[in-house]
Design a protein around this ligand. Structure first.
Ligand code: FCB
Length: 444
């Protein structure tokens, strides 16, 4: 059996709004997601995160479960509206929850790996323009600074932002995520301010606070392929890649936005002065690692009637119930490309996993063979690239629990633990047992 190095980090990921519940407790105010969920038609079945996995009340038992699973690290996020329920007003009670969670994790020998922003923007910030307003950078910095000051000595590593593409383009351009706007200029401004706030937060931790705790950012990356070997489909895959991947990778690692995309966007946006030249220096500030969330490749084709000239194409790959292609080979290609074109930093896979239609049997078992296979294939891919020296430093499975899957409500189950939302009981799926074995053997 081939084994992972002892330093390789096996982990699992969650996020605050998706699991915590207790939406109106401990001094928390509302986030854009609370409000978005209440608008009919935005979230399947009009589900919301009011209760979710009730993790806010059950975190102690949950940490014991994580311990039994045997992971080295646990990635979670901090709910901004718990920490700053109003502009400029710090809520100690909200912070206490994370202090206790981190304490429990450390007691259990699990490395706490917090993400500052996993999409629960406080409503007060939204009401002042949200990420479209450049001032959001300073609001975020106040939040980041408070978290650093209160928690830094007890955490293993920090992630500034989870998936800026989702928090900007999916939320302000495509409208599928909160706050549900559909405006390309807003999407670009949101993306820019999120990236800028990342760079400023890194500088704050390293330079002002002189901390040596590792810090980085997590991007969702989907390598884009054209259906046919035609010039049109090359344009389509170039643009899909520019929109999803390069618009974020280039400023972070090269200190510039891809000009082909600026030109394409300029059909709809006629002023780029919200990007100031020094901003790019800040955004490309050196970090300690790079986080990627990988679920699927993207297969696209040319579409002259689409604003960016591409559309998703039919693919005959096996799929998860999200309709996403199971594509571990393309996962490897992505890592090769990152090494070739972008960075030597240690890479963490901060999310990878799959949703399937799980069935809870009468005896409490869940035989999720497809998820077991998905996980095995992706961990094997990492093992292979690491044998070639590509330095993937860790793998975090998404997700620990079935949880609130954003616009899909509770319908899509990504957990390795099944959650019966009526009783809040957690059940081991076969995939959890399998992951436990992988971690124990440090290999497949
Ligand atoms: C990612 C998100 C995460 C979860 C998974 C399925 O885009 O970061 O919260 O929804 O997808």
């Amino acid at each position: 059996m081939k084994q992972f190095a002892n330093e390789f980090i096996f982990g699992t990921s969650t996020s605050s709004y998706q699991i915590e519940g207790a939406f109106n407790e401990g001094g928390r105010s509302l986030s854009v997601w609370d409000t978005f969920c209440a608008i009919p038609g935005k979230v399947l079945n009009q589900d919301n995160g009011n209760v979710a996995c009730d993790h806010y009340h059950r975190y102690q038992e949950d940490v014991q479960l994580i311990k039994e699973l045997g992971v080295d690290s646990y990635r979670f996020s901090i709910a901004w509206p718990r920490i700053f329920p109003e502009k400029g007003i710090y809520n100690e009670e909200g912070m206490l929850f994370y202090k206790q969670l981190i304490h429990e994790l450390n007691e259990a020998g699990i490395k706490p790996f917090p993400t500052l922003y996993h999409w629960d923007l406080p409503m007060w910030a939204y009401e002042e323009g949200g990420w479209v307003n450049r001032e959001s950078v300073s609001w975020f910095l106040e939040f980041a600074k408070t978290c650093f000051e209160q928690l830094d000595e007890h955490v293993f590593s920090w992630i500034t932002h989870n998936e800026p593409w989702c928090a900007s383009f999916l939320s302000y351009h495509q409208g599928y995520h909160a706050p549900g706007h559909m405006n390309i200029e807003e999407g670009l401004k949101a993306a820019h301010h999120i990236l800028l706030s990342h760079g400023e937060a890194v500088k704050l931790l390293k330079q002002e606070l002189q901390s040596s705790t590792p810090i980085g950012i997590t991007l969702n990356l989907a390598p884009a392929y054209g259906v046919k070997d035609t010039y049109n489909d090359m344009v389509a895959s170039n643009n899909a890649d520019g929109y999803t991947n390069r618009w974020f990778l280039d400023p972070i690692f090269k200190g510039s936005y891809p000009i082909d995309m600026v030109n394409l966007f300029s059909k709809y946006v006629h002023d780029f002065s919200f990007i100031q030249v020094q901003d790019l220096e800040t955004i490309s500030v050196p970090c300690d690692f790079f986080g990627i969330n990988y679920y699927s490749r993207a297969l696209v084709e040319f579409a002259g009637n689409q604003s960016l000239l591409f559309t998703n194409a039919y693919s005959d790959y096996p799929k998860t119930v999200m309709g996403w292609d199971v594509s571990p080979e393309e996962f490897k290609q992505l890592i090769y490309r990152l090494r070739r074109d972008y960075t030597d930093l240690p890479i963490y896979i901060t999310e990878n996993g799959a949703a399937y239609d799980d069935i809870l049997e009468d005896d409490g078992s869940v035989h999720d063979q497809e998820r077991v296979d998905y996980i095995n294939q992706h961990i094997t891919a990492i093992q292979q690239v690491n044998e070639e020296g590509l330095n993937v430093a860790g793998y975090f499975l998404w997700s620990l629990f079935d949880n609130f899957e954003w616009a899909f409500g509770y319908e899509k189950r990504f957990g390795i633990f099944y959650v019966d939302f009526a009783t809040q009981r957690r059940y081991w799926k076969d995939s959890a047992r399998q992951y436990q074995q992988i971690i124990k053997n440090r290999g497949l």
